[in-house]
Design a protein around this ligand. Structure first.
Ligand code: SF4
Ligand SMILES: [Zn+2]
Ligand SMILES: [Zn+2]
Length: 316
């Protein structure tokens, strides 16, 4: 096995980009993929300050290293979800890595930040665990991005994550989520710019990147992840990819490029018709915290806070 660039012995083989690389050329390949996404979708300008959500998993840990190598000013931000030993171990890993490299890191407790823990939130919400957890983490990340005056808030979502999400959103015709599914969500009042720079890399590539560059990865399984539909969608897409190589990238980038070109994927006028009864039109703001909301006057997190405080009678 020889590196296709320099003909030295290869240490990495990637299915997705069908490449054989030595360590250095694998790093160049990964940095090139991320740079392409940043440039094409205008995620960041050179040297901008990025708040990066790091969970301790392979994608966010790889993103931390990659964005720094590309010259961005990265403030890593870890949210301790309060999931007992699982959260304690992931926090310890992230903390140790930051100390070892001398890199900037902020850690917050979700429970202390929101005023209630995840189990309590679940009692007041009908959303599945991962949907609820994602909502809470996005909220905390957004507020942190604004508080630390970062130019953008980045997450480590990769091609497999985003294509599974797209499949789920299409299967259930979640129009609101489909509209947002793009590597960039520009900044708006009360909302930090959101970016997903790893969308050209697969699970396999971020795993290999972490392994090649001695980046520790927390491999523990989240106690709430059982039965997550995203895992099933990933398995389905992986099966299709085995049969028809390249399909996942075509599926995801086919969608994203249509959005980029301003071409709706549904007949013209679908947006207004689909949400004619909605007061939000995606511009409503929470009267309590200023967060963008699809609800009438209060975002989901502020609604949960009220429910938890007992000021609203019904969960739902
Ligand atoms: S697996 Fe689900 S519940 Fe667990 S951290 Fe991830 S999104 Fe949250
Ligand atoms: Zn090489
Ligand atoms: Zn709010």
């Amino acid at each position: 096995m020889k590196c296709t660039v320099c003909r030295e012995p290869a240490s990495v083989k990637t299915q997705h980009h069908r490449g054989l690389f030595c360590r250095d050329h694998f790093r160049d390949h990964v940095l090139r993929q991320v740079s392409r996404v940043i440039d094409r979708y205008r995620l960041l300008a050179p040297g901008e300050r990025v708040l990066l959500g790091v969970s301790g998993g392979k994608d966010s840990m790889a993103a931390w290293d990659i964005l720094r190598r590309l010259g961005y000013d990265v403030l890593a931000f870890h949210i301790n979800n309060g999931f007992g030993e699982h959260s304690a171990q992931s926090e310890a890993l992230v903390r140790e890595f930051a100390a070892q490299r001398g890199w900037a890191l902020e850690i917050v407790s979700m429970t202390r930040t929101l005023g209630f823990d995840f189990e309590t939130a679940r009692l007041h919400s009908r959303r599945p665990a991962c949907g609820l957890c994602g909502t809470l983490k996005r909220y905390v990340l957004n507020q942190a991005g604004l508080r630390f005056h970062c130019d953008a808030v980045a997450t480590g979502h990769n091609l497999d994550d985003e294509s599974a999400l797209l499949l789920g959103n299409l299967l259930h015709w979640h129009d609101e989520y489909l509209r947002r599914q793009y590597p960039l969500a520009p900044a708006e009042p009360g909302m930090a710019r959101k970016i997903k720079p790893l969308v050209r890399l697969t699970d396999e590539e971020t795993r290999q990147y972490a392994a090649q560059f001695c980046i520790p990865v927390f491999a523990g399984r989240c106690p709430h992840s059982r039965g997550a539909t995203s895992h099933a969608h990933k398995r389905i897409l992986a099966g299709i990819e085995r049969e028809f190589s390249g399909t996942i990238a075509q599926f995801y980038f086919g969608y994203v490029e249509r959005v980029r070109a301003g071409r709706p994927v549904a007949p013209p006028g679908w947006r207004r018709e689909a949400r004619a009864d909605s007061p939000s039109d995606a511009t409503a703001r929470c009267a309590e915290c200023g967060y963008k909301t699809l609800h009438r006057d209060r975002c989901y997190v502020c609604t949960l806070k009220r429910r938890v405080a007992g000021s609203e009678a019904h969960a739902g």
